[in-house]
Design a protein around this ligand. Structure first.
Ligand SMILES: [Zn+2]
Length: 126
């Protein structure tokens, strides 16, 4: 996997970009731009806008990084039941409404609910 350091005008920092191998396409010629760019320095703040490095919506970059598991430390995690696999697992928080299951890579929508006794529960949905 190729990595590159680039200056991101979105967050104003140097970021590490990884170029993943394109997925095999059966019966189709490989497109030259088949490789996905994964920003290893994605931050939750990036989710609100468009990624200037790739032109993708910021949250798309968050999903890519979370699914790649190249920098799991970049994400805050919440403990909740995943709608995809039904397991109680760690979900990597992509933004205020989306979190990705570290077990099955399903994107869950999540909300933090405060109970009357001040404890918090995380509710997930798809
Ligand atoms: Zn799951």
């Amino acid at each position: 996997m190729k990595t590159e350091i680039a200056h991101c005008s979105g967050c104003g920092h140097k970021v590490r970009l990884a170029f993943t191998d394109p997925p095999p396409r059966d019966g189709h010629a490989n497109l030259p731009d088949g490789a996905e760019v994964v920003c290893l320095d994605y931050q939750e703040a990036c989710s609100g806008g468009k990624c200037p490095m790739t032109g993708k919506a910021g949250v798309v970059m968050g999903v890519r990084l979370a699914k790649s598991h190249l920098n799991d430390a970049a994400f805050e995690t919440v403990h909740a039941q995943c709608e995809g696999c039904g397991q109680v697992s760690e979900l990597e928080v992509l933004d205020g409404s989306l979190a990705l299951c570290t077990l099955c890579n399903t994107t869950n929508s999540w909300v933090r609910m405060k109970l009357p006794d001040d404890t918090e529960v995380i509710l997930t949905g798809r």
